[in-house]
Design a protein around this ligand. Structure first.
Ligand code: FES
Ligand code: FES
Length: 147
């Protein structure tokens, strides 16, 4: 089937199967910031903005992409520059597998004027898993990125 959608502000006509996940479609198109961790909506490694909402791309099927506006981290480089720099400086990146998902989560949190309290930031990270860093440094990096 063919799907017409917008990804990172660019129009796409995507040839895909009806049972393909959005995660797979995006990776096939070269958006490798969208990672497969759990494949079950638990880890946040596949986070994307879908019609303005932060969602897990492993839980969506290709037909849902019709007419959708999708943003991956590749399309948010400028907007997330400060967050990404603070993650590196705070030591919040180790293997880096989870990092794109956390940066997307942080961008969403900051855009929605989340509180600067570390406990609130940690609570907002509920849907993202990191096996390496613990969450303290990630939360500190997000706090530092807030205006
Ligand atoms: S791979 Fe999608 S939430 Fe884990
Ligand atoms: S830095 Fe390795 S899983 Fe988070």
């Amino acid at each position: 089937m063919q799907i017409r959608c917008t990804i990172n502000q660019k129009r796409y006509d995507v040839e895909c199967e009806a049972d393909q996940r959005v995660l797979d479609v995006l990776r096939t198109l070269g958006m490798h910031s969208v990672k497969e961790g759990c494949g079950e909506g638990e880890c946040g490694a596949c986070s994307i903005f879908f019609n303005g909402k932060l969602v897990n791309a492993c839980l969506l099927l290709a037909p849902q992409m019709q007419d959708a506006e999708i943003l991956t981290l590749e399309g948010l480089q400028k907007e997330t520059e400060t967050i990404r720099r603070n993650f590196v400086e705070a030591g919040a990146v180790q293997c880096g597998f989870c990092t794109p998902g956390f940066v997307m989560r942080a961008h969403d949190y900051i855009t929605h004027n989340g509180s600067q309290k570390i406990t609130d930031i940690k609570a907002s990270l509920d849907g993202n898993l990191c096996r390496c860093t613990g969450y303290q440094k990630i939360a500190e990096a997000i706090a530092k990125s807030m205006p």
